[in-house]
Design a protein around this ligand. Structure first.
Ligand code: ADP
Ligand code: MG
Length: 282
Protein backbone atom coordinates (compact mmCIF):
# COMPACT_ATOMS: atom_id res chain seq x y z
CA UNK A 1 0.00 0.00 0.00
CA UNK A 2 2.71 2.37 1.00
CA UNK A 3 4.09 2.95 -2.48
CA UNK A 4 0.67 4.10 -3.63
CA UNK A 5 1.03 7.16 -1.45
CA UNK A 6 2.38 9.91 -3.66
CA UNK A 7 4.64 12.64 -2.49
CA UNK A 8 2.41 15.62 -1.92
CA UNK A 9 2.64 18.06 -4.81
CA UNK A 10 0.50 20.54 -2.90
CA UNK A 11 3.36 21.59 -0.69
CA UNK A 12 3.76 25.27 -1.46
CA UNK A 13 6.87 27.33 -1.86
CA UNK A 14 6.29 29.04 1.45
CA UNK A 15 5.76 25.77 3.28
CA UNK A 16 9.09 24.68 1.91
CA UNK A 17 10.60 27.96 3.00
CA UNK A 18 9.35 27.44 6.50
CA UNK A 19 10.96 24.02 6.40
CA UNK A 20 14.07 25.46 4.81
CA UNK A 21 13.71 23.34 1.68
CA UNK A 22 13.98 24.12 -2.01
CA UNK A 23 11.72 25.67 -4.67
CA UNK A 24 9.54 23.44 -6.93
CA UNK A 25 11.30 20.31 -8.08
CA UNK A 26 11.93 19.46 -11.68
CA UNK A 27 9.00 17.80 -13.41
CA UNK A 28 6.62 19.15 -10.82
CA UNK A 29 3.70 21.16 -12.14
CA UNK A 30 3.86 24.72 -10.88
CA UNK A 31 0.65 26.39 -9.74
CA UNK A 32 -1.03 28.44 -12.43
CA UNK A 33 -0.84 31.61 -10.38
CA UNK A 34 2.18 32.54 -8.32
CA UNK A 35 0.40 35.49 -6.69
CA UNK A 36 -3.28 35.90 -5.92
CA UNK A 37 -3.94 39.44 -4.82
CA UNK A 38 -7.40 40.21 -3.41
CA UNK A 39 -8.78 43.64 -2.54
CA UNK A 40 -5.38 45.15 -1.88
CA UNK A 41 -5.29 48.72 -0.62
CA UNK A 42 -2.16 50.48 0.61
CA UNK A 43 -1.80 53.76 2.49
CA UNK A 44 1.17 55.99 3.20
CA UNK A 45 -0.10 57.71 6.34
CA UNK A 46 -3.44 59.15 5.28
CA UNK A 47 -2.76 58.86 1.56
CA UNK A 48 -4.15 55.85 -0.26
CA UNK A 49 -1.72 54.78 -3.00
CA UNK A 50 -3.38 51.48 -3.99
CA UNK A 51 -7.14 51.21 -4.13
CA UNK A 52 -8.82 47.81 -3.92
CA UNK A 53 -6.71 45.89 -6.45
CA UNK A 54 -7.55 42.27 -7.26
CA UNK A 55 -5.26 40.44 -9.68
CA UNK A 56 -3.74 37.00 -10.25
CA UNK A 57 -0.13 36.83 -11.47
CA UNK A 58 0.62 33.91 -13.77
CA UNK A 59 3.49 31.52 -13.09
CA UNK A 60 6.46 31.39 -15.49
CA UNK A 61 5.18 34.38 -17.37
CA UNK A 62 6.07 38.05 -17.59
CA UNK A 63 3.46 40.47 -16.26
CA UNK A 64 4.00 44.14 -17.07
CA UNK A 65 2.65 46.92 -14.87
CA UNK A 66 2.03 50.13 -16.79
CA UNK A 67 0.46 53.49 -16.03
CA UNK A 68 1.34 57.14 -15.56
CA UNK A 69 3.77 58.38 -12.94
CA UNK A 70 2.38 58.20 -9.40
CA UNK A 71 -0.37 55.66 -10.23
CA UNK A 72 1.01 53.15 -7.71
CA UNK A 73 3.13 50.80 -9.83
CA UNK A 74 6.12 50.76 -7.48
CA UNK A 75 3.93 50.54 -4.41
CA UNK A 76 2.05 47.56 -5.82
CA UNK A 77 5.29 45.83 -6.82
CA UNK A 78 6.91 46.37 -3.43
CA UNK A 79 3.87 44.93 -1.67
CA UNK A 80 4.55 41.62 -3.47
CA UNK A 81 7.64 41.10 -1.34
CA UNK A 82 6.70 43.26 1.65
CA UNK A 83 9.36 45.79 0.80
CA UNK A 84 6.89 48.67 1.19
CA UNK A 85 6.90 47.90 4.90
CA UNK A 86 10.39 49.40 5.04
CA UNK A 87 8.70 52.79 4.48
CA UNK A 88 7.32 54.13 7.77
CA UNK A 89 3.57 54.59 8.26
CA UNK A 90 2.43 52.23 5.51
CA UNK A 91 -0.68 50.14 5.94
CA UNK A 92 -2.00 47.31 3.79
CA UNK A 93 -5.49 45.85 3.57
CA UNK A 94 -6.53 42.79 1.59
CA UNK A 95 -4.64 39.57 0.95
CA UNK A 96 -1.63 38.49 -1.06
CA UNK A 97 -1.16 34.77 -1.56
CA UNK A 98 2.17 33.42 -2.77
CA UNK A 99 1.62 29.91 -4.11
CA UNK A 100 -1.55 29.79 -2.08
CA UNK A 101 -0.01 30.94 1.19
CA UNK A 102 -0.71 34.26 2.90
CA UNK A 103 2.38 36.43 2.49
CA UNK A 104 1.26 38.69 5.33
CA UNK A 105 0.47 35.98 7.84
CA UNK A 106 2.12 36.60 11.20
CA UNK A 107 4.25 33.44 11.01
CA UNK A 108 5.97 34.52 7.78
CA UNK A 109 9.36 36.20 8.09
CA UNK A 110 9.52 39.22 5.72
CA UNK A 111 13.27 38.74 5.32
CA UNK A 112 12.64 35.27 3.88
CA UNK A 113 9.89 36.63 1.64
CA UNK A 114 12.33 39.19 0.21
CA UNK A 115 14.86 36.49 -0.50
CA UNK A 116 12.33 34.28 -2.30
CA UNK A 117 10.78 37.21 -4.15
CA UNK A 118 13.77 39.12 -5.49
CA UNK A 119 13.75 42.74 -6.61
CA UNK A 120 15.72 44.59 -9.26
CA UNK A 121 15.56 48.37 -9.15
CA UNK A 122 15.53 51.15 -11.70
CA UNK A 123 18.98 52.40 -10.84
CA UNK A 124 21.50 49.59 -10.78
CA UNK A 125 22.96 49.56 -7.31
CA UNK A 126 26.11 47.44 -7.03
CA UNK A 127 27.81 47.89 -3.67
CA UNK A 128 30.58 50.38 -4.45
CA UNK A 129 33.23 48.89 -2.17
CA UNK A 130 32.74 45.34 -3.47
CA UNK A 131 34.21 43.50 -6.42
CA UNK A 132 32.05 42.07 -9.19
CA UNK A 133 32.27 38.63 -7.58
CA UNK A 134 31.48 39.88 -4.08
CA UNK A 135 28.47 41.76 -5.39
CA UNK A 136 26.97 38.55 -6.74
CA UNK A 137 27.41 36.37 -3.66
CA UNK A 138 26.76 38.98 -0.96
CA UNK A 139 23.23 37.69 -0.37
CA UNK A 140 24.53 34.16 0.22
CA UNK A 141 27.31 35.43 2.49
CA UNK A 142 24.82 37.42 4.55
CA UNK A 143 22.88 34.19 4.90
CA UNK A 144 25.94 32.57 6.40
CA UNK A 145 27.23 30.59 3.41
CA UNK A 146 31.01 30.17 3.77
CA UNK A 147 31.79 27.20 1.49
CA UNK A 148 34.14 28.65 -1.14
CA UNK A 149 33.45 25.99 -3.76
CA UNK A 150 29.70 26.46 -3.39
CA UNK A 151 30.04 30.24 -3.60
CA UNK A 152 32.21 30.02 -6.72
CA UNK A 153 29.79 27.66 -8.42
CA UNK A 154 26.82 29.85 -7.57
CA UNK A 155 28.76 32.91 -8.73
CA UNK A 156 29.38 31.45 -12.17
CA UNK A 157 25.88 30.05 -12.49
CA UNK A 158 24.25 33.37 -11.57
CA UNK A 159 26.46 35.38 -13.91
CA UNK A 160 25.77 32.94 -16.74
CA UNK A 161 22.02 33.19 -16.15
CA UNK A 162 22.30 36.97 -16.14
CA UNK A 163 24.13 36.76 -19.50
CA UNK A 164 27.17 38.49 -18.02
CA UNK A 165 29.67 35.69 -17.39
CA UNK A 166 31.54 35.93 -20.68
CA UNK A 167 32.01 39.67 -20.27
CA UNK A 168 33.33 39.60 -16.69
CA UNK A 169 34.83 36.18 -16.04
CA UNK A 170 38.40 37.56 -16.14
CA UNK A 171 37.52 40.65 -14.10
CA UNK A 172 35.75 39.19 -11.08
CA UNK A 173 38.11 41.06 -8.73
CA UNK A 174 37.45 44.45 -10.26
CA UNK A 175 34.97 46.79 -8.57
CA UNK A 176 31.33 46.26 -9.54
CA UNK A 177 31.13 49.95 -10.32
CA UNK A 178 33.80 49.57 -13.05
CA UNK A 179 31.15 48.01 -15.31
CA UNK A 180 28.93 49.89 -17.77
CA UNK A 181 25.39 50.80 -16.76
CA UNK A 182 23.86 47.87 -18.61
CA UNK A 183 26.43 45.45 -17.19
CA UNK A 184 25.78 46.80 -13.70
CA UNK A 185 22.09 46.13 -14.14
CA UNK A 186 22.83 42.54 -15.22
CA UNK A 187 25.17 42.28 -12.21
CA UNK A 188 22.24 43.26 -9.99
CA UNK A 189 20.10 40.64 -11.70
CA UNK A 190 22.86 38.06 -11.05
CA UNK A 191 22.89 39.15 -7.39
CA UNK A 192 19.14 38.59 -7.23
CA UNK A 193 19.43 35.17 -8.92
CA UNK A 194 22.25 34.02 -6.62
CA UNK A 195 19.90 33.39 -3.69
CA UNK A 196 17.64 31.33 -5.99
CA UNK A 197 14.36 33.23 -5.74
CA UNK A 198 11.11 31.96 -7.24
CA UNK A 199 9.95 35.37 -8.39
CA UNK A 200 11.75 38.39 -9.79
CA UNK A 201 10.22 41.83 -9.44
CA UNK A 202 11.69 44.59 -11.60
CA UNK A 203 10.93 48.28 -11.21
CA UNK A 204 11.71 50.02 -14.51
CA UNK A 205 14.92 48.02 -14.92
CA UNK A 206 15.85 49.60 -18.26
CA UNK A 207 14.85 53.21 -17.80
CA UNK A 208 18.42 54.36 -17.18
CA UNK A 209 19.91 52.27 -20.00
CA UNK A 210 20.76 52.89 -23.66
CA UNK A 211 18.90 50.93 -26.37
CA UNK A 212 21.56 48.21 -26.75
CA UNK A 213 21.78 47.56 -23.01
CA UNK A 214 17.97 47.64 -22.88
CA UNK A 215 17.72 45.02 -25.63
CA UNK A 216 20.07 42.75 -23.66
CA UNK A 217 17.97 43.02 -20.50
CA UNK A 218 14.77 42.43 -22.47
CA UNK A 219 16.25 39.30 -24.01
CA UNK A 220 17.33 38.17 -20.57
CA UNK A 221 13.85 38.71 -19.12
CA UNK A 222 12.45 36.59 -21.93
CA UNK A 223 14.87 33.77 -21.12
CA UNK A 224 14.37 33.97 -17.37
CA UNK A 225 10.64 33.43 -17.51
CA UNK A 226 11.21 29.74 -18.25
CA UNK A 227 12.37 29.44 -14.63
CA UNK A 228 10.86 32.42 -12.87
CA UNK A 229 7.67 34.35 -12.49
CA UNK A 230 8.49 37.92 -13.45
CA UNK A 231 6.59 41.11 -12.68
CA UNK A 232 8.05 44.22 -14.24
CA UNK A 233 7.10 47.87 -14.11
CA UNK A 234 7.78 49.75 -17.29
CA UNK A 235 7.23 53.24 -18.57
CA UNK A 236 7.95 52.07 -22.07
CA UNK A 237 4.87 50.83 -23.87
CA UNK A 238 6.85 49.22 -26.70
CA UNK A 239 8.84 47.33 -24.11
CA UNK A 240 5.71 46.06 -22.40
CA UNK A 241 4.52 44.88 -25.81
CA UNK A 242 7.78 43.12 -26.56
CA UNK A 243 8.47 41.32 -23.31
CA UNK A 244 5.24 40.67 -21.45
CA UNK A 245 2.57 38.01 -21.63
CA UNK A 246 0.12 39.96 -19.48
CA UNK A 247 -0.30 43.66 -18.91
CA UNK A 248 -1.93 45.48 -16.03
CA UNK A 249 -2.84 49.14 -16.47
CA UNK A 250 -2.97 51.16 -13.25
CA UNK A 251 -4.42 54.65 -12.88
CA UNK A 252 -4.75 56.65 -9.65
CA UNK A 253 -4.05 53.56 -7.55
CA UNK A 254 -6.70 51.46 -9.28
CA UNK A 255 -6.26 48.51 -11.60
CA UNK A 256 -8.16 49.73 -14.64
CA UNK A 257 -7.57 46.81 -16.96
CA UNK A 258 -5.69 43.53 -16.92
CA UNK A 259 -5.31 40.85 -19.56
CA UNK A 260 -3.11 39.28 -22.22
CA UNK A 261 -0.70 41.91 -23.54
CA UNK A 262 -1.86 41.43 -27.13
CA UNK A 263 -5.44 42.17 -26.09
CA UNK A 264 -4.55 45.22 -23.98
CA UNK A 265 -2.50 46.71 -26.80
CA UNK A 266 -4.74 45.89 -29.74
CA UNK A 267 -8.23 45.85 -28.32
CA UNK A 268 -8.47 47.35 -24.83
CA UNK A 269 -11.89 47.23 -23.20
CA UNK A 270 -11.51 50.44 -21.24
CA UNK A 271 -11.38 53.95 -22.67
CA UNK A 272 -8.73 55.05 -20.16
CA UNK A 273 -6.47 52.17 -21.17
CA UNK A 274 -6.87 53.10 -24.80
CA UNK A 275 -6.12 56.75 -24.11
CA UNK A 276 -2.99 55.78 -22.21
CA UNK A 277 -1.54 53.30 -24.66
CA UNK A 278 -2.19 55.60 -27.58
CA UNK A 279 -0.27 58.33 -25.76
CA UNK A 280 -3.15 60.68 -25.06
CA UNK A 281 -1.99 61.10 -21.47
CA UNK A 282 0.75 59.91 -19.17
P1 ADP B 1 4.55 54.95 -9.54
O1 ADP B 1 5.60 53.93 -9.27
O2 ADP B 1 3.43 54.48 -10.41
O3 ADP B 1 5.14 56.22 -10.07
P2 ADP B 1 4.30 55.07 -6.64
O4 ADP B 1 3.89 53.72 -6.22
O5 ADP B 1 5.72 55.44 -6.45
O6 ADP B 1 3.83 55.34 -8.15
O7 ADP B 1 3.42 56.13 -5.86
C1 ADP B 1 2.02 56.01 -5.73
C2 ADP B 1 1.49 57.15 -4.87
O8 ADP B 1 1.99 57.01 -3.55
C3 ADP B 1 1.95 58.52 -5.35
O9 ADP B 1 0.91 59.43 -5.14
C4 ADP B 1 3.12 58.84 -4.45
O10 ADP B 1 3.25 60.22 -4.26
C5 ADP B 1 2.74 58.13 -3.16
N1 ADP B 1 3.95 57.69 -2.43
C6 ADP B 1 4.90 56.86 -2.89
N2 ADP B 1 5.86 56.64 -1.97
C7 ADP B 1 5.49 57.37 -0.89
C8 ADP B 1 6.07 57.62 0.41
N3 ADP B 1 7.21 57.01 0.77
N4 ADP B 1 5.40 58.41 1.24
C9 ADP B 1 4.25 59.02 0.88
N5 ADP B 1 3.66 58.86 -0.31
C10 ADP B 1 4.27 58.04 -1.20
MG1 MG C 1 7.66 53.94 -9.63
Amino acid sequence: MENLVMETPEQTVLERLEQGTAPPREGELPPTHTFEVKNMSIWYGEKRAIDNVTIDIATNAVTAIIGPSGCGKSTFLRALNRMHELTPRTRLEGTVLLSGKDLYSSNIDPAIVRRRVGMVFQKSNPFPTMTIGENVVIGLRLNGVRDRKFLNERLEKSLRMAALWDEVKDDLHKPGTSLSGGQQQRLCIARTLAVEPEVILMDEPCSALDPIATAKIEELIYELKAKYTIVTVTHNMQQAGRISDYTAFFYLGRLIEFGPTTKIFTNPSDRQTEDYITGRFG
